[in-house]
Design a protein around this ligand. Sequence first.
Ligand SMILES: NC(=O)C1=CN([C@@H]2O[C@H](COP(=O)(O)OP(=O)(O)OC[C@H]3O[C@@H](n4cnc5c(N)ncnc54)[C@H](O)[C@@H]3O)[C@@H](O)[C@H]2O)[C@@H](O)CC1
Ligand SMILES: Nc1ncnc2c1ncn2[C@@H]1O[C@H](COP(=O)(O)OP(=O)(O)O)[C@@H](O)[C@H]1O
Ligand SMILES: [K+]
Length: 513
Amino acid sequence: MYVVTGEEMHRIDRYTMEKIGLSEETLMENAGQAFCRQLFPTVGLEDRLVVLIGTGNNGGDGFVIGRILKEAGFLVDVIVIPREEKIRGTALKHKRIFENSGHEWITFREVQEHFEQLLTKYTIIIDAMLGTGMVGTPRWPYSDVIESVNGATGRVIAVDIPSGVTATEEKHEVGINADQTYTFQAAKISNFLYPAAFCFGEVHILDIGIPRIALENTFETRKLITDEKVKNSLAVRKQNAHKGVSGKALIIGGSIPMTGAIVLTTGACLRTGAGLVTVAVPDKILLGIAQKTTEAMFYPLPQKNGEIEIIPSHFPQDKTLSAYDGIAVGPGLGRNNKHNLYDTFNDFKGNLVIDADGLYHLVDELDKWRGGREGGPTIITPHLGEMARLTGKTVEEVELQRFRISKQFAMEYKVYLVLKGPFTIITAPDGRQWVNQTGNESLAKGGTGDTLTGMILGFLLQHEYITDAICNAVYIHGKTADELVKSQDILSVTASDIIEVLPKVLHSSRYQT
Ligand SMILES: NC(=O)C1=CN([C@@H]2O[C@H](COP(=O)(O)OP(=O)(O)OC[C@H]3O[C@@H](n4cnc5c(N)ncnc54)[C@H](O)[C@@H]3O)[C@@H](O)[C@H]2O)[C@@H](O)CC1
Ligand SMILES: Nc1ncnc2c1ncn2[C@@H]1O[C@H](COP(=O)(O)OP(=O)(O)O)[C@@H](O)[C@H]1O
Ligand SMILES: [K+]
């Protein structure tokens, strides 16, 4: 399942037409047919439907949908919003097919005076006005129609994308608030960017017969993490495994005011398969942490200002770091001391995960990190605020362009970047991206990110491919929240709950059918 911009989708369409030879007319017919196949089980003969049609190919899809619904005997009105003569090209062909089949449509001008009143009679409103070809903000009369539809009571289903929303990382002013969006062939990028994401409602991605090669050959990969991908890529453990080959993890952090974070990271790391976990914390808080992490071992360090110092002499590569396969640094680390992350970890050969306060300190040494470190891969897991700090942008700027900004950063600093939040985006140093769809707002609570860090580290120790490990951790993390809200109020979920249900969710993800 791919995620595309409008421009990329147009390139894919062109490839399909020019290189493969499927005509636009056929694709439009397929799109309308696929839309109706999805719609039919949800409509009854008592429903009153309306299809709102625009000038472009989105409107062309609307004529196909209108024709199929009328042929099937549904009560459906078709309203052309712009002036009729503006309809051209393939959309015009399908308008003629609609008319030649003996069906009638009306113009918006005819009903403009009582349009809002008219909308109240429809139980289903199909929005085929503006698609991925829209530029800027919707002009009149679309602007008024969008407002009226948003005030109507019927179920609103957007064709391909809610009208008014662009398939870009640009801010949109006004858009249809759809209950459902039936989108064609690939998810559209704005589906995962707020506030546009609010407009989409429940999304269904429908196959309209564009061959896979057209997608693979025409844009750089941006994909959804699917249930199937996770199921097929979860790590397995060999029968003759022992703790020494199941991954040795070192988790660095914890401070006097923040003891819980590292407990959560450690718990999650163990629950995702780590063979041995060692926790590096200030000696003064070791005992308290030890009481909560039965299986962990400890690497106590002198505390200064209630925190540890990450400097090469505290973590010598040959005597200490070389014993570990993976390291996570940052949970509860604190911000009082100065650290030297780059020189401490540059030669470390395993995977290095940097989170939370680790990212806070990373900002001070960013220049050194450009191009990546020498020893091995680095994974960073910022939320929007941390990403804003890393890039010197505002949170709003990052939120609007999460894909573009992640990609730029991951490629420049040669890191695997996990930009957290609803629809977490994972970017590899070569620019490939994956979008996660699991999880919910119950995760908006302190400690849930610390848990994710432990899961990422745990999976990195098990998986062959780094991107599989990260995607699977992010997906399972979200799925624990989805599982928890089935029986627990959305306000009540805690980070500890995630660790508690993790074994069950991991098991069910592995064996799901
Ligand atoms: N090209 C293809 O192969 C296929 C395209 N399909 C449909 O085609 C859509 C894309 O078609 P188009 O590229 O024609 O684009 P649209 O259908 O989004 O419409 C663009 C039209 O809207 C007008 N327009 C642009 N910006 C506007 C604004 N701000 N205010 C008012 N009017 C504006 C333009 O003058 C143009 O006529 C997709 O979303 C999808 O629904 C499907 O039929 C499947 C196949
Ligand atoms: N509204 C939301 N929907 C889905 N996931 C969310 C939402 N809010 C937060 N999350 C997830 O919860 C975690 C929060 O991480 P973070 O902000 O680092 O928390 P902390 O630092 O307190 O541990 C991330 O994995 C993020 O993707
Ligand atoms: K639309």
